[in-house]
Design a protein around this ligand. Sequence first.
Ligand code: ATP
Ligand code: MG
Length: 608
Amino acid sequence: MDDHTAELNKRIELLEKKLLEKETGALSLKDSEKRYRRLFESAKDGILILDAETGMVVDANPFLLQLLGYTYEALCGQYIWDLGVFKDIAASKDAFRTLQDNEYIRYEDLPLETREGQPIAVEFVSNVYLVDHSKVIQCNIRDITANKRAKTERKQLMAAIEQVGEGIVMTDAQGIIQFVNPAFKRITGYRGREAVGQNSRILKSGVQDEQFYHDLWSTISGGDTWSGRMVNRHKDGTFYTDETTISPVRDASDRIVNYVAVKRDITEHLRLAAQFQQAQKLEAVGLLAGGVAHDYNNMLTVILCYAELALRKVAPSHPLRADLEEIIKAARCSADITKQLLAFARKQTISPEVLNLNRNVESMLTMLKRLIGEDIDLAWMPEAGLWHVKMDPVQVDQILANLCVNARDAIADVGKITIETGNALFDEAYCAYNSGFVAGEYVMLAVSDDGCGMNKETIDKIFEPFFTSKDMGKGTGLGLSTVYGIVKQNNGFINVYSEPEKGTTFKIYLARDTAQAVATPREAMVEIPMSRGETVLVVEDEPSILIVEKTMLEELGYRVLAAGTADEALKLAREHAGGLRLVVTDVVMPKMNGRELATRLQSLYPDI
Ligand SMILES: Nc1ncnc2c1ncn2[C@@H]1O[C@H](COP(=O)(O)OP(=O)(O)OP(=O)(O)O)[C@@H](O)[C@H]1O
Ligand SMILES: [Mg+2]
């Protein structure tokens, strides 16, 4: 081979090499272009390519076309400001300049509208760069509509959770608290950061047994919702009742990852309901007791009167005398009980007067001291300027006697009983908290002792007739029932505060009476007035009682006119107008009551 040939070969080789280089270069360029095209086509973000000089759409990927609702043909070749879609960034040629002049622009939340007018939100990023000596603007458009909606919903949901009255707790699958809302703090006393990270058993009160919690956990860990009531412990140690619903929360693979509990504190609701129920129960028992006691009382009067009549007829040495005396004793005892029942049933016949309770208490002090004995101090704390009440003074005495005897019995050996009066004002808020109370001005009468006190179970029953903790023969269980009935009959209220070993306070509230004149306490009449032969009109609708009253009065030497009805009484009064001095009448009678009859008789015959 000569030099020339060698040179030629070398050149050919070089040429071939260059050709090959060019071919592979073109090939790899094609390759990479293909690759980029694929990326562009399959991107899950919208990509828009604009001619940076003219603002004309050069290219758009399928994702963007779908997002905006355009076909490739409808979009490409258009000026961006003619599309309408991008009116917020390129409404005009002038507005487009911002994109042109900035190498990089980013809008985090750009509102757009699709071709059909559907509002969407996008994240928008534009870049300006050179391609084949010409400038293009590449816009990357990410659809954040769903994301944004989820965020808004989450915000709304959180606002709702923060504001609901129910306590909401979220725990992990092990019961470790992860989230609580503000109502949870109100109910339990634990602030969010105190509760989060703790096991939900910080609320355990110990009132429910292990079986209870075991059942609860097996329900929720089995995938079911648990609802029920439980007593929980507040951060300050007090107990409250909670109505709770606990539901499991599952992840995408159906695994339980959280529990959500919704809690409502129903302590207050239960307390008011119990107060109401208690009042209803006493009302029902009162109705029953009142009905029975009324008839019973009549029959006992008959028994007692005939026994007394019989006793008058037997000589002091007669063997029947002792038997009759026993009958009388038993009948009196039964009559006492029925009278207390009548008081409980608010069926006591009363003559209300305007009273200053301080005076009534003072007139009773000597008697009360004798009643409670020497080992117990009696403190008297009257309020100066005490408002007046209107009630029967006999009932005030009954209240005081019953409460003081109870206080005495509660004190084992030495102790102190305090009687106190005061003026009290109840507002609506107080009445909302105390079922049955009515707002207004009241006079308070309180009796306290430092005796044995009572537990809650006892307190719940004390006003029930025949409830007693005393030994057989010591207590009938009618004292507080009587007090309760009297207070209710006078539209008053009664509150009890007591704790075992700490003593007891009964507070009675009676409506203020605004009248000025006050009746002075009277001494009880004991002497039975014997007759000087006067005529008495007796009115009684119960025939057996009428007969017995007639007989008794005749025994006392009166001349008796007996009437079974008010009409009959008026007729008899007319016939005997001159000689009639006294009328004894039943108060509760059909058609016309005793008080009305008395007023009618008095207006007809002023001498009676
Ligand atoms: N001050 C008090 N301290 C402690 N317990 C009291 C007090 N007052 C009443 N109780 C409780 O309430 C019960 C009912 O009282 P209530 O006055 O109605 O009946 P009683 O005193 O047992 O019998 P009675 O009054 O008919 O003789 C009492 O047996 C007692 O257990
Ligand atoms: Mg008593």
